[in-house]
Design a protein around this ligand. Structure first.
Ligand SMILES: Cc1cc2nc3c(=O)[nH]c(=O)nc-3n(C[C@H](O)[C@H](O)[C@H](O)COP(=O)(O)OP(=O)(O)OC[C@H]3O[C@@H](n4cnc5c(N)ncnc54)[C@H](O)[C@@H]3O)c2cc1C
Ligand SMILES: *[C@@H]1O[C@H](CO)[C@@H](O)[C@H](O)[C@H]1NC(C)=O
Ligand SMILES: *[C@@H]1O[C@H](CO)[C@@H](O)[C@H](O)[C@H]1NC(C)=O
Ligand SMILES: *[C@@H]1O[C@H](CO)[C@@H](O)[C@H](O)[C@H]1NC(C)=O
Ligand SMILES: *[C@@H]1O[C@H](CO)[C@@H](O)[C@H](O)[C@H]1NC(C)=O
Ligand SMILES: *[C@@H]1O[C@H](CO)[C@@H](O)[C@H](O)[C@H]1NC(C)=O
Length: 589
């Protein structure tokens, strides 16, 4: 076991940690990481577990049909792969990732029999695919691991890092990119068992990462509180926050990540650390936009605000397409005037094409969500000056609007009720500076390309939405110590334009995605030609080729690289997590 221990020590930055020897019960401190805690596992002998797993697999003995023949000599060849070096050699020679995943999965199964599931079992079926929003993201990891505590994650991370297995982590599963929160070989860590919203009366809520926004808001509503979060109840907490996060309160308080008080994070070596304005500040800033590059976030503490009078909010539907030019003018006016004059307001302006049940052809529809926090002195709450014109635009709108006074969280719950899982989905985005004519023209690129080609495909629904990021929202982030998004130099309101499409048949994937590529290329070219292009790609809607972290700019990328080297010196999150948006320019794996 000497070699095992030596390698383990290397993984643990040369500190006298004990992975591969015996579980530690000690608390360690690290000269560069604030308040690091090594969670103890007194009853766990990791060496023994790895040995048991390897024996069961026959890694030190006769390799049977666990390995494909051609990649590993003749079947039945005896190998000695007792230790990590051998495992790595094996890996290089065979490009066989599965072997590491198998060792990690068996070890997890020995340690956590009720929380680990391998293919073919009922827990695997119950936990794996149902964790994902879009059917395009289904995969078959070697095993799924469903922790219920931060200690579980910590121990699993040690095993995963030690065995150098591929892994990934899924929160609410609302990323639409295949492999971003999943892995084909190796371990999928499913966070849905980490539940709890713990409200601290001193002004924050401690939210476990298995939560979805609906339950977070319901818990806050019970106390007449509000916090920044997703705008649909069904979306997961962790992915949204780590990518930035746009909330109903963003005009006033910035991105959701800007209003995080503390992240609790499990690092690659299993250490559990806190990141906040006083401790591990560089990790804190990195996590505000840096996505899955630094560790597994296990708890997020969000600042809360009182919400004594509720909010005025709801959805508005515009079905008369002759109003569209006027709608775009008012959206632009809201982006550049209303959102700044009434920062307590919010508007989602989505333009949808959908075939409703019973209709033979599809229809265009404006689906807007209007929102306002009600101020303490208000006696007769309404949309307020910033949103009034939009609400007044079309009389049919009023008849079909759901605008009313309600508790804060009810807005997200109303929107979330329409969210469906298991369809085929695509999301992508790009950014421009606010401009009414550009909005109209980009809409028409979409309308005249996407709709005639694909509007009648089975289960088709297409949406193009325009979301303002005001200079005030950016300043609110700076005031909280800064994030990683790199938007500080914005010279005016920018708009994130996002396209969300869903359809039913896998056979339609290729042609719809090709059309989307074409639309976005043309829209970006148009924005560039008018000097209205903004290079930012909002990570949470970005296409996998768009390199959102690269779009944060050199200064931010350099900070992120530095944080990665400090908190994940072996590059586990860069190299062993096959999907997700990476920090560009890190050494290749
Ligand atoms: C219907 C719908 C509505 C949406 N509404 C909004 C909105 O209002 N505002 C907004 O900003 N965005 C919104 N989004 C986008 C949303 O922010 C992203 O889809 C986000 O990825 C969702 O987070 P999740 O936890 O559900 O995602 P997941 O798919 O589980 O994770 C996304 C990424 O984060 C990583 N990750 C997840 N958990 C952790 C963790 N604990 N530690 C480290 N890495 C982790 C995953 O590995 C993956 O790479 C919406 C998306 C959809 C589909
Ligand atoms: C841990 O397991 C290894 C391998 O089985 C064994 O050699 C070692 O003595 C064990 N350590 C303890 C403290 O039990
Ligand atoms: C593998 O090693 C263990 C102990 O190191 C030993 O007990 C076992 O017999 C070995 N298996 C084979 C097939 O050689
Ligand atoms: C929302 O309005 C209430 C007053 O009704 C106020 O106390 C609270 O701070 C406001 N929320 C935010 C985020 O400003
Ligand atoms: C969409 O484009 C068609 C032409 O292809 C046009 O007739 C229609 O008016 C457009 N719809 C809207 C809402 O602008
Ligand atoms: C993206 O579009 C959807 C509608 O499909 C909307 O709910 C969401 O808020 C939009 N997000 C952004 C950032 O524009």
């Amino acid at each position: 076991m000497v070699r095992l221990s030596t390698i383990a020590l290397g993984l643990l930055y040369g500190l006298s940690n004990t992975l591969g020897v015996v579980a530690d019960t000690t608390t360690f401190t690290d000269p560069v990481i604030d308040g690091a805690i090594a969670v103890g596992f007194p009853s766990v002998n990791i060496t023994a577990i790895l040995t048991e797993a390897e024996n069961e697999l026959g890694v030190n003995g006769t390799i049977t049909n666990n390995l494909p023949d051609e990649s590993y000599g003749t079947p039945g060849t005896t190998v000695t792969a007792r230790d990590l070096e051998k495992l790595q050699e094996l890996r290089k020679r065979t490009s066989l990732r599965g072997i590491c995943g198998a060792v990690a999965c068996l070890s997890l199964k020995i340690l956590f029999p009720s929380k680990t599931a391998t293919a073919g079992t009922s827990n695997y079926a119950a936990w794996n695919n149902p964790s994902f929003w879009s059917a395009t993201t289904y995969m078959t990891p070697t095993c799924v691991f469903r922790p219920t505590s931060v200690e579980d994650i910590s121990l699993a991370m040690r095993l995963i890092t030690f065995t150098q297995t591929d892994f990934n982590v899924v929160g609410g599963g609302h990323s639409a990119i295949k492999g971003w929160a999943n892995t084909e070989d190796g371990v999928l860590i499913i966070l849905s068992g980490l539940k709890g919203v713990n409200i601290n009366v001193r002004g924050w809520a401690e939210v476990s990462v298995g939560e979805r926004w609906g339950d977070v808001f319901t818990a806050l509503d019970e106390r007449k509180l509000m916090a920044l979060g997703g705008r649909m109840s069904t979306v997961g907490v962790p992915g949204l926050v780590l990518g930035g996060g746009i909330s109903y309160l963003t005009n006033q308080l910035g991105f959701v990540a800007d209003q995080v008080k503390n992240f609790e994070v499990v690092l690659a070596n299993g250490w559990v650390v806190n990141a906040n304005k006083d401790a591990n500040q560089d990790l804190f800033q990195a996590l505000k936009g840096g996505s899955s590059n630094f560790g597994i976030v296990s708890r997020i503490d969000l600042y809360t605000w009182p919400c004594p009078k509720g909010v005025y909010s709801g959805q508005l539907y515009f079905s008369d397409t002759k109003d569209y030019p006027k709608m775009f003018d008012l959206v632009y006016k809201y982006h550049t005037v209303g959102a700044l004059s009434d920062t307590s307001s919010h508007l989602i302006s989505a333009f949808v094409y959908v075939t409703l049940p019973g209709m033979s052809t599809g229809m265009h529809m404006g689906a807007f969500t209007a929102f306002r926090n009600i101020s303490a002195s208000e006696t007769n709450p309404g949309p307020g000056s910033a949103l009034q014109e939009i609400v007044d635009l079309n009389p049919t709108t009023k008849a079909s609007s759901t605008l009313k006074v309600r508790p804060y969280g009810q807005t997200a719950i109303e929107l979330g009720a329409g969210d469906v899982t298991g369809l085929r989905q695509d999301m992508r985005d790009f950014s421009v500076y606010a401009d009414a004519q550009l909005y109209k023209d980009i809409f028409q690129i979409w309308n005249t390309t996407m709709i005639p080609k694909h509007g009648s495909k089975t289960g088709f629904m297409g949406t193009i939405a325009f979301q303002p990021i005001t200079t005030n929202a950016v300043a609110a982030g700076v005031a909280r110590g800064g994030n990683s998004l790199g938007l500080e130099s914005n010279s005016g309101t920018m708009a994130i334009i996002n396209l969300t499409h869903q359809w039913a048949l896998a056979g339609d994937d290729a042609s719809i995605l090709l059309t989307l590529d074409d639309i976005v290329l043309r829209a970006i070219a148009l924005a560039k030609a008018r000097n209205l292009y903004h290079p930012y790609f909002y990570l949470n809607y970005a296409h996998k080729l768009n390199n959102p972290i690269g779009s944060y700019g050199t200064a931010s990328v350099n900070r992120l690289k530095k944080a990665s080297k400090l908190y994940d010196p072996c590059g586990v999150f860069q190299c062993r997590v096959p999907g997700g948006f990476k920090i560009p320019g890190m050494s290749s794996c």
